[in-house]
Ligand binder design. Sequence first.
Ligand code: F0G
Length: 483
Amino acid sequence: MKLKSINSNVIIEPFRIRSVEPIRFTTIRERQKLLEKASWNPFLLKATDVLIDLLTDSGTGAMSSRQWAAMIESDESYAGSSSFYRFETAVRDITGFKHVIPTHQGRAAENILFSLLVRKGDVIPNNTHFDTTRAHVEHRSGQALDLIIKEGLEPLTIHPFKGNMDTVRLEETIRETLGETTGESTDEISSESQSERARKRIPVIMLTVTNNSGGGQPVSMANVREVSRIARKYGIPFFIDACRFAENSWFIKMREDGYQDKTPIDIARELFSYADGCTMSAKKDGMSNIGGYLALNDDDLARECRSLSILTEGFPTYGGMAGYDMEAVAAGLYEALDEGYLRYRIRSTEYLGEKLVDAGVSIIQPTGGHAVYIDARHMLPHIPPLQYPAWSLTNALYLTGGVRAVEIGSVMFGLQPDGTEKPAPMELVRLAIPRRVYTQSHIDYLADVVIHTYEQREKLDGYRIVAAPKVLRHFSARLEPLE
Ligand code: F0G
């Protein structure tokens, strides 16, 4: 018998599911009441009242049997646990950075780094700051400057690396910042004192891979290299916000010349080799439910970071994590870099994107790594930006089908440090896909919910904020629909 094999390139979920969590259907009347009780803010809903939860891909993934096994083997010592050394070895192996400082999650690493580096009036360039990164910079009266390439702000423009930083503007910003402080032409300043002065006003350059606030779009290796070259020219430390480094590495493999035959781990190693350090939320491509780290090469800065970490996170060999959390991250970082996993992960996001585009829904294209981003400004032109169209669409998705998404628009980014409101550059609804959690039939259902909502788009109303805190207001704001 000469049988032919089925096409081995077919993409299915590359895992078996042996532990399940029930999810529950609700009626539209129930959801209406639940959302009203939650002050029309999906962050304030109970997860049990949500059918498909796409609020975030952070800490919401399913861990593997291997991770659980490693967790059972963990060592819970306060100082010097073997779990820490396994964690440190994994992070060093992948990033190449000399010092690894564990933190309980990504923003804790940002807190430590920015507490030490950012002073009032400093400028921090990034492709696009995520909400917590921006908040940490602004909390220290620094200026969080987004220098994304122009294609990164055009939802429908197809570009392989829409997360790239505009490196011309980066260099201009550095030169202007130098000139501003001295009044001299930059050509008149010696390169040594240029570095010193640049560092004083621009203490760090960040690059977020993939670019979460801009559609989960990747950054090319060429762009990382160029940002690194500029940072080194002016002696400014260069840090990567590495939450989704594995997904970014996969996009480089798929889309950038010269990387097709490289493994994701080799691509990741090269990417980190251009930087001086990284902040990381292991809740994303660490495949864990909690955890993070700050990794860096500079000995003096690392010493200061460790001292601060003792104050805020715990002893530097656990930094807010239990030994079993560090084990989960140590194993998870490699699982996130597995080719079979990455192929399935990126394809399932793309599959959702294709279904929505076919139905006429405008999304950021091409689809990003961890999420599909719906362009609510385009879908709901009758709702002005400061009546929060993306918020309205997010609530409508919950009402029509029990799907929870997140607004990345003017509620999240509209409030300025001086208290005024300005529309965000884009009004997006992010459908973030938790890792290894939902199956293709969930994704099909989800697409139906979005399309069903899209077909009723003219019925959607704007919202008004009734009460909100000044910082990170979207998490707890109370809103009401305008009718
Ligand atoms: N940087 C980026 C690019 C992020 O996406 C996040 C978190 C953080 C930093 C902070 O990490 O949550 O561990 O403190 N993003 C989550 C999200 C919350 O939903 O996108 P954290």
